[in-house]
Design a protein around this ligand. Structure first.
Ligand code: GLU
Length: 488
């Protein structure tokens, strides 16, 4: 690559960061890091009605959470800022004046109502409803007359009427557009604000962007933008349009399919490492088998040539699998640290010390961090609630279960060491002594101390709970069983 790579992610702050947009950001970031280039974040906030500061904050947080750090942009600055379009209006106005001066743009006095009416008439006649270019050919006195009506004009781009524009796309190859199909789009609106297609070109020029990697919904805009580059006498950057993401039913991924915002995934307990790996594979592959990539490996291997032009399918199942893999790979202390906030948010008075001891018991069983809540809540609750009937062992009666639990209590009380190993030995022996299967006896104990049918491994659980709490819970269970035995 001859020029130093400069790419940008340019979100419009009109909502949360969608996973599809996050993938676009990731590809830009990977491309920049692979080429030791610059990753720029630019906020396209010219839609004054829909842009909010809250959305900007959410987008920045989401990018930071994913670890997609930007070299230039909000909060970090840079030489070619500002990085909010609303602070760059003077640039758009200057470029617009230049085009106007060179007659590559013209004032359009048509009001929105007139345009709408004409569109409807055209549609009714089965004609294409684009702008009819009437203001492009106004005579000086027609123009004067319209100005006298004190109409506020918009500025339109004078598109070439013949020939074609070819987008040399790095993902999809050459895409041809007949210039006839390109309308004289508005570049500056009557209120003095630029439109997307114009602002994006002016900014990409001034920010010296070398590659535009973005969603393919913008492919149709690209020939228009290329014409604007040419009018401004600049070579366009290289383009790469990334395919859309579909849900499992092969329709465009939307809220109907479940969570679509990056923060939703964060809050559900997905790890950013897993999310980055997963998003990278939505439309890019290194080979036809490798699925797990560290961030460094992604940087090393990422290339636009291997981005697939076909749509990719978002599979929650695959993401869950991958997240489970990443959770299992974490250092236990790291997992404990990430887990603690989830437990606290669920209202559990969890402490780091206990969570650290719990992690080895549950690390293998989690797909997302929030799974941890249901797995360990009983450690942090004074009282656990369950249906006493569930205390009755498999193929056993209430009196039999009561008797078994009573002996268990005695053995546990006497046990010299209350650690995992001693507990396992003692309880296995006890099951034998009572001629019960391990499943029968452990089932009763598990329900008594955890209140759950499925819980972390029993002996470790007992050890972490500690003798005092275990005996207290068994006492309560014995009361339940005694009551059941009486009523039988
Ligand atoms: N603001 C545009 C968007 O969010 C940016 C598109 C582009 O990258 O050119 O879709």
């Amino acid at each position: 690559m001859s020029k130093r790579v400069r790419v940008r992610f340019a979100p419009s702050p009109t909502g949360y960061l969608h996973v599809g947009a996050a993938r676009t950001a990731l590809y830009n970031w990977l491309f920049a890091r692979h080429h030791q280039g610059t990753f720029i974040l630019r906020i396209e906030d010219t839609d004054q009605v829909r842009s909010t500061e809250e959305s900007v904050g959410g987008i920045l947080d989401s990018l930071r959470w994913l670890g997609l750090d930007w070299d230039e942009g909000p909060e970090v600055g840079g030489d070619l800022g500002p990085y909010f379009q609303m602070q760059r209006l003077h640039f758009y106005r200057a470029a617009a004046e230049r085009l106007l001066g060179e007659k590559k743009a013209y004032f359009c006095y048509c009001t929105p109502e007139e345009l709408k009416e004409r569109r409807q008439t055209a549609q009714a006649k089965g004609e294409t409803p684009g702008y009819d270019r009437r203001c492009r050919y106004l005579s000086p006195w027609e123009r004067a007359a319209l100005e006298a009506e004190s109409r506020k004009p918009a500025l339109r781009f004078a598109m070439p009427l013949e020939g074609e524009t070819v987008v040399h796309d790095l993902v999809r190859g050459d895409v041809h557009f007949a210039n006839q199909q390109l309308d004289d789009l508005i570049i500056m609106r009557a209120d003095g604000l630029p439109t997307y297609n114009f602002a994006v070109v002016v900014d990409d020029i001034l920010m010296q962007i070398t590659h535009v990697i973005r969603a393919d919904e913008h492919l149709a805009n690209t020939p228009r933008q290329i014409q604007i580059y040419e009018a401004l006498r600049h070579t366009p950057p290289q383009f790469a349009h990334v395919s859309i993401i579909l849900g499992l039913d092969r329709t465009k991924l939307s809220k109907r399919h479940g969570a679509t915002s990056v923060t939703d995934y964060r809050d559900a307990g997905y790890l950013p490492e897993a999310m980055v790996n997963f998003l990278a594979l939505l439309g890019w592959a290194y080979d036809d088998k490798t699925e797990l990539f560290t961030r460094e490996e992604l940087i090393e291997h990422f290339s636009l040539e291997k981005v697939n032009p076909a749509p990719s399918v978002f599979s929650d199942e695959k993401l869950d699998w991958m997240n489970g893999v990443y959770i299992r790979q974490l250092e236990p202390d790291d997992l404990a640290e990430r887990l603690l906030p989830f437990l606290k948010k669920a209202g559990l008075e969890a402490d780091m010390e206990t969570v650290r001891r719990l992690v080895p018991l549950i690390q293998e069983r989690m797909k997302v961090l929030s799974d941890g809540v249901g797995l360990v809540d009983f450690f942090f609750k004074e009282e656990i609630a369950y249906d006493p009937e569930l205390l009755i062992g498999k193929k056993m009666t209430a009196p039999e279960s009561h008797a078994a639990l009573k002996v268990t209590r005695e053995r546990l009380e006497e046990l010299p060491l209350f650690d995992e190993e001693s507990l396992e030995k003692a309880l296995r022996r006890l099951a034998d002594d009572l001629s019960l299967t391990a499943g029968q006896l452990f089932g009763i104990i598990r329900m008594a101390v955890t209140g759950k049918k499925v819980a972390p491994p029993l002996f470790g659980t007992l050890a972490v709970l500690g003798r005092k709490r275990v005996l207290r819970r068994i006492d309560l269970a014995l009361e339940h069983l005694a009551r059941l035995a009486r009523s039988e």
